[in-house]
Design a protein around this ligand. Structure first.
Ligand SMILES: [Zn+2]
Ligand SMILES: [Zn+2]
Length: 328
């Protein structure tokens, strides 16, 4: 039973990896889908989780999508995979019974030990002998009898299997969502020290290669503000690193020119942030849409130098996914 559930979980994970749009591309593609889903659901707390701990939010996204795929949208497909795997195991055990018996019958020294060996050998990839029957057969000499006993044992298992439902998958050792999380989340999760944009490198520890992200965010997304004020910094770090402005290190109060941001210490030195004017509509929409929530969350305000430009306010939610697609 366990074997059937595990195999089904693995098969379904494989299917999703091939067919499901969020899981069948690269890291950036997954990132895009996570952001898209955040915008669709419009839960501010989820955004904050994403900003503070992107991995947690990404794992929650994968879990939710797998659940939806297996138990809702593609339920029939999942049931079919489960059925196929049950039939497979039935066939294999049937074949194993037959092969083992035939071997022993045609051999001169055929005995129960040989029979058991043969039988276990054929099915060892699928099941362990204990799965089928826990009784001790060592004192049985008649393998025909043994075969019948095993058949009986197996029949009760197949009956149980036939009543196996998808819900059982939730208890199996291998779970589709965990398999996918393992495959998709073993990558770099280091955040930009300015804006908290997550590094999209697919390797967890990729030094000496710099961290990098294709899109940065306004610093305010991560609560960035102007020094000695309570005014949010709505500038993108990609703009700031091309400017003549300075930033201040929290730890030492030392000022560092944005242009030489790598001098700010190891957290800064390991990032490659290229100066450009790419400003993702997504984050402009986010800042406008959650202005109040961000202000109360970070206890800072969008005013003065942090006043939100009027043209940001015209961005509709429909526009933001389009831009993300194009930029890719
Ligand atoms: Zn950044
Ligand atoms: Zn990285």
């Amino acid at each position: 039973l366990e074997a059937v559930c595990n195999k089904t979980a693995i098969d379904l994970a494989g299917k999703m990896r091939c067919n499901f749009p969020a899981f069948n591309g690269n890291r950036l593609n997954l990132e895009k889908h996570v952001l898209k889903s955040l915008a669709e659901k419009e839960k501010f707390d989820d955004f904050i989780t994403y900003i503070t701990n992107p991995r947690t939010q990404t794992e929650a996204f994968i879990k939710a999508e797998v659940e939806k795929y297996i138990f809702k949208d593609h339920k029939d497909e999942a049931v079919n995979v489960l059925k196929t795997n049950i039939d497979d195991i039935k066939t294999r055990v049937g074949e194993a019974l037959f092969t083992a018996t035939k071997k022993v019958q045609t051999s001169k020294e055929g005995d129960t030990d040989m029979w058991l060996n043969e039988f276990s050998n054929v099915i060892k990839d699928e099941l362990t002998f204990d799965n089928i029957c826990s009784e001790n057969f060592s004192d049985i000499n008649n393998f025909e009898f043994l075969k019948e006993e095993i058949k009986k044992g197996f029949t009760s298992i197949t009956e149980e299997m036939s009543s196996l439902s998808l819900d059982k998958l939730k208890d199996s050792r291998q779970k589709s969502d965990e398999i996918l999380i393992n495959q998709l989340c073993n990558c770099c999760w280091v955040k930009c020290p300015f804006c908290a944009a997550v590094c999209t490198n697919t390797i967890e520890d990729h030094s000496p290669d710099d961290h990098s992200a294709p899109f940065h965010q306004p610093r305010a997304v991560a609560g960035g503000k102007w020094r000695n004020t309570n005014e949010m910094c709505i500038d993108f770090c990609t703009t700031l690193v091309g400017s003549d402005l300075y930033f201040y290190l929290e730890s030492s109060d030392r000022s560092v020119p944005y242009k030489n941001y790598r001098d700010g210490g190891p957290d800064f030195a390991t990032w490659r942030i290229t100066s450009d004017e790419s400003k993702l509509a997504y984050w402009k929409w986010f800042v406008c849409h959650y202005k109040k929530e961000l202000e109360s969350h970070y206890k800072r305000e969008f005013k003065g130098k942090g006043k939100i430009p009027d043209d940001w306010k015209t961005i509709k939610k429909d526009d933001i996914n389009k831009q993300k697609k194009n930029l890719q």
